[in-house]
Write a new protein. Structure first.
Lengths: 527, 432
């Protein structure tokens, strides 16, 4: 299995990248507030890109708003209509999600642990951080609250705290729950405030060691550059230094590992950042002064534009149309930074409707979409946990582990950033591995055999018909004739050759290669 | 810095004279490679006349220290009284340093590199930087790798170097140790990014018959694909076939008894050495080496973060040089980092984002055994907003390497580094 990350090669524990939040295999691009995306697919006319995926608006919605189309979700959106389906997805509590909830409750129960208990009992163990990533993979692939999980990923990137990270072993799981998940479909102002009041953020960006006498500029800069207004949001280096001073005093208690405000460390005196001012005369009111500052940033028009740009880049196209960005920024500000109205407007927009085939799936999205289209399952037992562990290393190898981006700016979310021969090869190997059931071997190829599951109980009469049936099932469309011919040639078949149930290409060892080849073709990779 | 009033005023981050550029430059990503059609009219220059001549220059290895390496703690200006004054607790004691001549001493964790310095194969340039400070990791990396301030170019400098000559060999430009390429490669010239050579293979394609089956089918199903999907697929297939035909993949025995330490950097350097020894047409190799953002707890002279990291760096580079032996005469390795760090230590036993940086040069053509660059000094009045000034423009440093070691002419340099001045720092010998 050269080329895949074979189980034997998997390290028993994660490579410890100490504090290394700027390993930056890749210096990521910062999403500038007013910027445009990287003209994805510009090399091909939109119609050509569009031709790789079905223009069916239901499928378009599912490709963007979920972690991958399944026959079940396709039936559901047909039955409910896109409007009702979206309403339901935007109200995740209305969706029973018992499989993943039970899985986490029974197999990853420590994720419930509060910060103080974790700090006092874990003794530096990274287990909870690994559990968190496993839970994130589980939820993306198998939760029914699909749009919510997509938004959790979006915000986890926006307010990135690398996981695992040595300074967050007791707090990162709680940040996911109390900051990201709690507010993922709420108000951004609440999320930004919660992030500033969380020990994980205080540790990750060093604000816990920033004091009036010895300021550390890391958080004071990134809250402007990354979390709110953006690098071109209109601040200068002096604003950045004042931002740092306003936030002095925000730290953690070394006794409990929880957030704590230290008035004695807080700088006092007049402060101003980007038009916001405070007298800030008393160290005892510094906590509130900083909250007002954070709230100001959340409501700043540059923040609105920046978040709108990033949402459009995520859900519509890599090169966001300015008109839609402006519209969404307006909705954001008019709704007191509420996220749901912005998403509604986005999905209603003509720009969204017209963007069929203009995104490319990232490696993690490819993994989840592969699991989902093939209907691969896991069980709520040790095997299921092993499967998540296997997926962890598989996705790590593709460079797209959830929350795994080490620098604070989060993963780049446009295709050019992921354009890589090495990743492409890794994706092909992942498809083979999944289809063959080689690894993670503990995942379920339910029910028991790919052929009846993917080709139907009644075998098609000809190989041409078999390729059509299989492609409709796996990539939700028939192939155009040249690509259909290529798949037939791969099996040394002509389209009218009759299908014999004993043919080697229907055998367990060979049929999965055909499935993998279909997933390798651009149809599955383009969203 | 206890009061805001004492805070020096600086130019807005993002440089007021360059808003257009930085806005555009943000989109070249991380690993990005090429917005082909989009930049064709504005950035790409014509491939040059000697495009088909075989490449006879050095293999250029670009080692990027991500996170902002604290060059003052690595090649220490121990003879400058400002050093200890600004770093009362973290400064490296003079007696521990390995002498480099002049006012500089090498961090003792670099002991395995010292012989290379003494032999003249390792050189250092101090106080290097971009024309303007940029203290954001991300925009500094982008701007540094775009390397075209004041121009509207969107490509990366390495891409423009590769644009001089398309050899059609998939390993011509290779990012090792990562699945995504640095933004210096952004642009139309193809490059390959891989974790490692050994991990580069296609499952299921065992033996020539099955390899051919997959190669034919994968090429066919990518026909007509958008470039962003199709191009890396074809590059991957080309590389698979080259790797197979050249027998690169497999057990590798380093030359000269070299022993690589166990680290990601060492693995990547070893694979670059494999490509050089395998003669697969490697022209540019890039490796990222992170974990330099030492805001807190750099540690002491003989233990801790900086010490351990420098040890890892030093041992890996020493093994690389030993492995290649005389082949190092055809290799120039240059390090870059997005910025140096503040001259003064912060309250956490670390340093913050700064400006002037130290650059390492390794190779047979390097004027080694010395610290190049005009030393700007560490007295308060000599600093730029509290940071080491930059007296050598990094583009001039790279330009000299390209001219003297990599076959670029003056016109090429103007294309690669538009608007560059003619202040080469005299750091490498002319390739003969």
């Amino acid at each position: 299995m050269r080329g895949t990350i074979a189980p034997d090669d998997v390290p028993a524990t994660a490579p410890v990248t100490r504090r290394s939040f700027v390993r930056a295999a890749t210096a990521a691009s910062v999403m500038a507030g007013s910027g445009v995306g990287a003209g994805l697919l510009r090399a091909a006319p939109a119609s050509a890109a569009g031709s790789f995926v079905s223009t069916d608006p239901d499928l378009h919605m599912l490709r963007r708003a979920t972690w991958g189309v399944t026959p079940q979700t396709q039936r559901a959106i047909r039955r409910m209509g896109r409007g009702r389906w979206l309403d339901q997805q935007l109200d995740p509590d209305s969706i029973k999600d018992s499989f993943v909830e039970d899985f986490i409750k029974h197999r990853l129960p420590d994720l419930d642990m509060n910060v103080k208990v974790a700090y006092e009992t874990l003794g530096g163990s990274w287990d909870l951080m690994y559990d968190l990533t496993k839970a994130s993979i589980l939820r993306a692939a198998w939760s029914d609250r699909q749009l919510f999980e997509v938004m959790v990923d979006f915000w986890s990137n926006h307010l990135n705290i690398a996981n695992p990270h040595e300074a967050c072993w007791w707090s990162r799981h709680d940040y996911d729950r109390q900051v990201i998940r709690k507010h993922a479909l709420g108000k951004f102002s609440s999320m930004l405030r919660a992030s500033a009041l969380h020990p994980a953020m205080m540790m990750y960006l060093n604000n816990a060691s920033s004091t009036k006498d010895n300021p550390n500029e890391n958080y004071g800069r990134e809250i402007l550059e990354l979390h709110s207004v953006g690098v071109e949001g209109g601040y200068d280096e002096d604003d950045m230094r004042q931002s740092t001073m306003v936030l002095t005093g925000y730290g953690i208690s070394w006794d409990t590992g929880t957030f704590e405000y230290h008035p004695w460390d807080h700088f006092t005196g007049p402060v101003g950042v980007m038009g916001w001012h405070a007298a800030n005369g008393d160290e005892d009111t510094g906590y509130d002064v900083a909250l007002k500052y954070i709230d100001y940033l959340a409501h700043h028009p540059s923040t609105a534009t920046r978040l709108a740009t990033k949402l459009v880049q995520r859900f519509v196209q890599d090169d966001p149309p300015a008109a839609l960005v402006d519209k969404l920024a307006e909705v954001y500000l008019n709704h007191d930074t509420a996220i749901v109205p912005v998403l509604r407007k986005l999905f209603e927009s003509s720009a969204f409707k017209n963007s069929v085939g203009s995104k490319v799936r990232r490696p993690f999205q490819d993994v989840t979409a592969t699991i989902r289209t093939l209907g691969i399952g896991i069980t709520r037992d040790q095997e299921g946990e092993d499967a998540l562990e296997g997926l962890y290393w598989m996705i790590e190898g593709l460079g797209d582990l959830p929350m795994g981006w080490i620098p604070p700016n989060g993963y780049p979310d446009y295709a050019d950033a992921w354009r890589s021969a090495g990743i492409t090869l890794g994706r092909w190997n992942m498809h083979v591995s999944m289809a063959q059931g080689w690894w993670p071997a503990s995942m379920l190829k339910v029910p028991d055999d790919w052929v009846p599951r993917l080709l139907g109980e009644q075998l098609p009469k000809t190989w041409g018909g078999a390729v059509d049936t299989l492609s409709k099932r796996v990539i939700f469309r028939k192939l155009p004739s040249d690509h259909r011919a290529a798949v037939l040639a791969f099996m040394d078949k002509a389209q009218d050759d009759p299908v014999d149930e004993d043919d080697q290409w229907l055998a367990d060892w060979r049929f999965p290669y055909v499935v993998a080849l279909l997933l390798d073709a651009p149809y599955h990779g383009i969203g | 810095m206890t009061t805001l009033d004492a805070t020096p005023k600086t130019k807005p981050c993002g440089c007021p004279e360059l808003p257009e550029i930085s806005r555009r430059s943000f989109l070249k990503a991380a690993g990005a490679v090429g917005v082909v059609a989009g930049i064709a009219t504005e950035g790409m220059f014509t491939r040059l006349a000697f495009a088909d001549a075989p490449y006879a220059g050095d293999v250029l290895v670009v080692l990027s220290f991500r996170g902002g390496m604290d060059g003052l703690q690595v090649f220490v200006p121990t003879g400058d009284p400002g050093y200890v004054a600004h770093r009362p607790t973290i400064s490296i004691p003079q007696g521990s340093l390995l002498p480099m001549g002049g006012i500089f001493g090498m961090h003792p964790a670099l002991a395995s590199l010292k012989p290379l310095y003494d032999a003249g194969d390792l050189g250092v340039v101090q106080a290097v930087g971009m024309a303007e400070p940029n203290r954001s990791h991300f925009s500094a990396m982008e701007e540094m790798e775009r390397a075209a301030p004041g121009s509207s170019l969107r490509t990366g400098w390495l891409d423009r170097v590769l644009g001089l000559r398309d050899t059609g060999q998939p390993f011509q430009a290779t990012q090792m140790g990562s699945n995504t390429a640095a933004s210096a490669f952004l642009g139309p010239a193809p490059e390959l990014a891989m974790w490692s050579i050994d991990s580069f293979g296609l499952s299921g394609a065992d033996g020539p018959t099955e390899s051919a089956r997959w190669d034919t089918a994968l090429r066919a199903v990518h026909a007509g694909a958008p470039d962003v999907v199709g191009a890396p697929a074809f590059t991957a297939l080309d590389a698979l076939s080259t790797a197979t035909s050249l027998g690169v993949v497999g057990d590798y025995v380093p030359g000269n008894g070299a022993v690589y330490p166990d680290s990601g950097l060492a693995d990547a350097l070893r694979d670059v050495a494999r490509l050089i020894r395998g003669d697969v047409g490697l022209q540019v190799a890039a490796i990222d080496y992170g974990d330099w953002d030492m805001h807190e707890g750099q540690g002491s002279v003989d233990t801790g973060w900086m010490h351990d990291h420098l040890t890892e760096l030093s041992d890996a580079l020493a093994a690389f040089a030993a492995d290649l032996g005389t082949l190092m005469n055809g290799v120039t390795l240059v390090s870059l980092t997005e910025f140096g760090r503040t001259v003064g230590e912060n309250g956490s036993g670390g340093t913050d984002h700064g400006y002037g940086q130290a650059v390492m040069l390794l190779g047979g053509g390097v004027k080694g055994g010395q610290v190049h660059g005009a030393w700007p000094g560490l007295a308060n009045y000599q600093l730029v907003d509290g940071d080491l000034a930059a007296t050598t423009d990094y583009r001039n440093l790279l330009a000299e390497i390209l001219e003297k070691r990599c076959g670029a002419n003056a016109s090429n340099i103007d294309d690669i580094f538009p608007g560059i001045t003619n202040d080469r720092p005299d750091i490498v010998n002319q390739l003969t």
